[in-house]
Design a protein around this ligand. Structure first.
Ligand SMILES: [Zn+2]
Length: 323
């Protein structure tokens, strides 16, 4: 297993996020990677593959917004991280100039702040994924230690701590028939939206039932068919009830005859995760990985969520060891 990481991903360091009616310390912070780096051993520094692969998954105007939003925020006389507070529910596409209107246009929640280093960190997360993809295509399984995460970022929106969707960027620039398995606690709504019109790429997601959990508006069981499979599970799900959903997902993905597997791996399915409600234990991540490895496909693993800092490194290392 080759592992990739770039220090520039630390430049995204949000202070707070807003949910449940209050500001909370940001759950997705650079300290997460310190928990992971030591147990996984040496990492390789990614190469710069440029903007082109990113633009295969994301709208150019959205990418330009990400690059300039924090400068616009400062120019408007604000301090700290940029956060939206008004959203275009009626979905009229209007070209408004005020930074607050632009923040609302390109996002769907108040948990995804843009700071001075957000663009660089997101850009290098995507490059980390692309370099790990190149390693997979050269014959090794590879792990991209990416943050901020990506699977909630859609074609033209950020949300769920995600800005650029590394898994989708890699799938669309692989030049091979890719399949994506998303095992983060939360539904990979951004990946689903990016792949909606791309029938060649199968996307399976196992996640908390969105009737009760974020991101609420995507990932319901009836959003399956074509190249999509959504398997929502109830709060409290442990390995015994998780395993059958995983087996079903893998069978379904293999029916698409993929040449490459991309795993959006979130360790927020862990029993001790502070923002999630499944009950997987550290040893279960090795079991999960063994099932995935049985597909026998070249595999790229992309880091998504996981917020139980004290166990995060062990959970990731156990998952990687299963390959
Ligand atoms: Zn998550």
């Amino acid at each position: 297993m080759r592992c990739f990481w770039d220090e520039q991903q630390r430049l995204h360091a949000p202070a707070t996020e807003f949910f449940n009616g209050a500001l909370h310390p940001a759950a997705e912070h650079p300290g997460r990677v310190d928990s992971i780096l030591s147990p996984i051993g040496p990492t390789e520094t990614p190469q710069d593959h440029g903007l082109e692969p990113i633009l295969a998954a994301h709208d150019p105007a959205y990418v330009e917004f990400l690059r300039t939003a924090h400068a616009e925020w400062l120019a408007a006389g604000r301090a700290g991280d940029a956060l939206p507070y008004a959203f275009p529910v009626q979905r009229r596409k209007m070209a408004l100039d005020r930074i607050d209107a632009r923040l609302g246009r390109y996002s769907y929640d108040t948990c995804t702040p843009i700071g001075p280093g957000t663009w660089e960190a997101g850009y290098w997360a995507a490059q980390t994924g692309l370099s790990a993809l190149a390693a997979v295509q050269a014959g090794a399984n590879a792990f991209a230690l990416t943050r901020p995460p990506g699977h909630h970022a859609g074609p033209d929106y950020m949300g769920g701590y995600s800005y650029l969707n590394t898994a989708a960027v890699c799938a669309l620039s692989a030049g091979q028939r890719a399949a994506i398995l998303d095992v983060d606690y939360h539904h990979g709504n951004g990946t689903q939206d990016i792949l909606a019109e791309r029938q060649g790429i199968h996307f399976a997601s196992i996640h908390a039932d969105p009737r009760h959990d974020y991101p609420f508006f995507w990932g319901h069981a009836d959003e399956s068919g074509g190249n999509l499979l959504n398997l929502p599970l109830p709060r409290g799900t442990d390995w015994r009830s998780y395993e059958p959903a995983l087996v079903r997902s893998l069978e379904w993905l293999s029916e698409g005859s993929p040449e490459l597997l991309i795993v959006s791996f979130g360790a927020d399915t862990y029993a001790g995760d502070p923002i999630s409600h499944f009950a997987l234990e550290t040893g279960d991540y090795t079991r999960m990985a063994r099932h995935i490895a049985e597909l026998g496909l070249p595999t790229l693993i992309v880091m998504e969520g996981g917020y139980a800092i004290e166990a995060l490194g062990a959970n990731v290392a156990n998952f990687l060891s299963g390959f």
